[in-house]
Design a binder for this molecule. Structure first.
Ligand SMILES: Cc1cc2nc3c(=O)[nH]c(=O)nc-3n(C[C@H](O)[C@H](O)[C@H](O)COP(=O)(O)OP(=O)(O)OC[C@H]3O[C@@H](n4cnc5c(N)ncnc54)[C@H](O)[C@@H]3O)c2cc1C
Length: 261
């Protein structure tokens, strides 16, 4: 690991000041992704601004048509929160499937979305739930947020504050875990907003999270779910692209059985 300065602000304004200290300064939340990257010398921040325990970023509330979750909310909180369970069951189901108890105790919603790992779980929920990502500079519609492998539209030093998830009629998340890491080999999030209005988002399968529009159209028209066609399927030692595509349809069918009919 390269040497760095560690700073622990006690408020969002203080964090915003500290991130300006150096162009190589970085926020750290749970550290579940950033610290391993630093240990392997893949990241070399000059300053770590620790936003992992800021109360302003740790909240869950219902606001109009949205469930609003602070960017610093830990996975274990999302998994067990009654408001999440009663309004967006799929989000709680997803959070309990992330990693292991240690990862869920430290990892945060904002860290997961900012990292945009192609096999991470939260990006699927954000996409299926028509989320808005609110930063200290702007509100970003989720369709504009994810920009390919490990890339988002966040600017350097831009602080994610909260995520507004549009509350669906019902939702669920089904995941085939990669045995060693727990990340999604395939993850399918389904959200229903009306009798013929389904959103289906898929993670772990392509070069980034995506909406499976062919399946959405089939569900909306009450037709058979088609085979998944995708240009850039992940192929690795854990599974072929063909297997991932096949399992995406299997998992969507399983997800449908979990929705209340
Ligand atoms: C063993 C292990 C298993 C895991 N399994 C899974 C899994 O099954 N599914 C899954 O989805 N993930 C998994 N993860 C990743 C985990 O969910 C992390 O929580 C997540 O990837 C990063 O969140 P973090 O809070 O730790 O972010 P950090 O590592 O602290 O930060 C990651 C990046 O996000 C930026 N960032 C953090 N917060 C903000 C913010 N509010 N605004 C702007 N930028 C911000 C940081 O600057 C950094 O660039 C696993 C991790 C480990 C170590």
């Amino acid at each position: 690991m390269y040497p760095f300065h560690y700073l622990r602000p006690t408020s969002v304004p203080e964090a915003q000041e500290q991130i300006l200290l150096d162009s190589e300064a970085k926020f750290i939340a749970g550290g579940m992704t950033l610290l391993p990257a630093m240990k392997h010398r893949l990241a070399n921040p000059s300053h770590l601004i620790d936003i992992g325990n800021l109360p302003e970023l740790d909240s869950i509330e219902k606001r109009d048509i949205y469930l609003v979750v602070g960017a610093g909310t830990k996975h274990k909180t999302v998994a067990s929160n009654p408001l999440v369970k009663s309004n967006i069951a799929g989000l709680a189901e997803l959070a309990i499937l992330i990693g292991d108890p240690q990862v869920r105790a430290r990892g945060t919603l904002g860290g997961s979305l900012a990292n945009n790992d192609p096999s991470a779980d939260y990006p699927a929920a954000a996409l299926a739930l028509n989320a808005n990502i609110v930063t200290d500079q702007r509100t970003i519609a989720v369709k504009d947020f994810f920009q390919g492998l490990y890339t988002t539209c966040l600017n350097e030093g831009e602080l994610m504050k909260e995520v507004q998830f549009q509350i669906p009629l019902q939702s669920t998340y089904v995941k085939l875990k990669q045995a060693a890491s727990g990340y999604a080999l395939v993850g399918v999030f389904i959200a229903q907003y009306g009798p013929n209005e389904f959103n289906v988002a898929v993670t772990g399968v392509g070069d980034g999270v995506f909406r499976w529009t062919d399946a959405e159209n089939a569900l909306n028209k009450k037709q058979t779910i088609p085979a998944l066609k995708h240009d850039q399927l992940i192929e690795d030692i854990h599974a072929s692209g063909k297997y991932r595509a096949h399992m995406t349809r299997v998992l969507l069918e399983k997800a449908l059985t979990q929705l209340t009919q």
